[in-house]
Each structure stands twice: as C-alpha cells, then as structure tokens.
Design a protein around this ligand. Structure first.
Ligand SMILES: Nc1nc2c(ncn2[C@@H]2O[C@H](COP(=O)(O)OP(=O)(O)O)[C@@H](O)[C@H]2O)c(=O)[nH]1
Ligand SMILES: [Mg+2]
Length: 224
C-alpha cells in the first residue's frame, strides 16, 4: 500500500495549476517525478505511486518535475519548471545533465569545523540563485564549536538578508529555526560536501515530521 498525498502536499501550487488548459483540467492527471531509474520514472499522483516507462518520446525529465498524464497513465506533457538544477555533463553528447527541478528551498550545509569555507558557501549560494531557488545556510556541528556565533556573523556579512541557522543535526530541539521551510508542500534540497551532516539533518527532520504528522517526504539529499 502506498501512502496517499494531496496535490498540495506533493508541492502543487498555482504556478503549475495555471499552466493547464480547461481541457487538461478534466482530461489529465498531474504527476510528480520522485525518482529516476534507467528503465522507468517513479511518479506520485494524488491517487498514489506509479511508474512511467522511459521511452524515446519522453523529454529529459528529472526528480521534482511536474508532468501531466493522460487518464490511461501515458505521458502528455511537461509543465514549466519553477527552478532547475543542472550540471555540465563531461564526455557526453548532451551538454548538461539535469539534477532536480521545482526545488523551493536549498539548505546549504557547512559544518562548523575545519570544513567551514565562506568561498564554498558563496559558490553554493550562486548555484542556488542561478537555479531559481531560495537558500538557507545551515551551519551544523554547532555543539562541537566554541563560538558558533562568530561563524554565523561571517556568513551573515555576505548578505544581511540571508537566512542563517546554526544547529546540531543530531538534536531536533535545535532545528526549530528550520521549521518554516519544512512545511508540507515546500520542496527542500540539501547541498553540501561529504561529512557535513546532510543525512543526519534529513533523518532528524524526518523523525520530527513523523512525530508531528507533517509530510516531509520531499526533502531530498544532494551530495557535492
Ligand atoms: N556532533 C555532531 N555530529 C554531527 C552533526 N551532524 C552530523 N554529525 C556527524 O557527522 C558525521 C557525518 O554526517 P552525515 O550526515 O553522514 O554527513 P553527510 O555526508 O553530509 O550526509 C556523522 O558521524 C554524524 O553523526 C552535528 O550537528 N553535531
Ligand atoms: Mg549523506
């Protein structure tokens, strides 16, 4: 049995709804791509989970995309993306590889130890802005740091309007500042180098979501 989510829990907003023609409103079913495999895509509709076989008729699709299906479950068309993450593909015929689409918020994660780098944070912020998503800088391992506030101030100095949170990814009580972005329907991606605490953060947030009954299934992890 698959869990059933409403369209708005899946991240459906007026931005996507207004792209449908009157005919599509009655004839088509919106579906979100939640995973990509060589042979098929995993989709979620408001009726549950289903697979879509990959054929040459499909355009390049990626995780987070919203597509329309005909009532028989076949592909109709791709909806315009709100945000779009891609990287240059090396040694391949296609010039770029899609990573994710329709991400609302990126948690730019850096740990408060030797890994801390303002330059890297700035690179991630530029990447997020270029993709069309909103960034929140998350400074992990604050429990292991003598003066988390001095690091916070350094990041804040990059931009006075930037959202910056210092947390202990192992302790749910320190994550309350991230709650505004973890609401149902908001798609969050996590960006940061290996070992900074991305998986720990997602696990703690999901554990918390399970306890509060809110859907945080759309939090996805990235590794860069
Ligand atoms: N003390 C402390 N340890 C953390 C924190 N976040 C992550 N860790 C630890 O750091 C290690 C790497 O974390 P992980 O989530 O696997 O990093 P990822 O590679 O970014 O997914 C693990 O041993 C975590 O338990 C934190 O905020 N505080
Ligand atoms: Mg990880």
């Amino acid at each position: 049995m698959t869990t059933i989510y409403s369209l708005s829990q899946l991240g459906w907003t007026p931005y996507f709804q207004q792209q449908l023609t009157l005919e599509e409103c009655t004839q088509c079913v919106p579906a979100r791509v939640i995973a990509q495999h060589r042979s098929h895509l995993e989709l979620y509709t408001e009726h549950g989970k289903q697979d879509l076989p990959v054929t040459h008729k499909l355009p390049p699709l990626t995780v987070g995309d919203w597509i329309l299906l005909h009532h028989d479950g076949t592909y109709s068309r791709l909806l315009d993306r709100l945000s779009r993450f891609a990287r240059k593909a090396s040694g391949s015929k296609v010039s770029e590889q899609l990573i994710a689409a329709n991400v609302d918020t990126v948690f730019v994660v850096t740990s408060l130890n030797h890994n801390f780098s303002l330059n890297r944070i700035e690179r991630y912020l530029a990447l997020t802005k270029e993709a069309g998503a909103e960034a929140v800088v998350v400074l992990t391992k604050s429990d292991l740091c003598d003066d988390p506030d001095s690091y916070r101030r350094q990041v804040q100095a990059l931009d006075p309007l930037l959202m910056v949170e210092a947390i202990n990814a192992l302790d749910a009580n320190t994550l309350t500042g991230l709650q505004p972005w973890c609401k149902a329907g908001n798609t969050v991606a996590v960006l940061g180098s290996s070992g900074v605490g991305k998986s720990t953060l997602v696990n703690t947030l999901l554990g918390q979501a399970a306890r509060t009954g809110c859907s945080a299934d759309w939090i996805s992890t990235g590794c860069r």
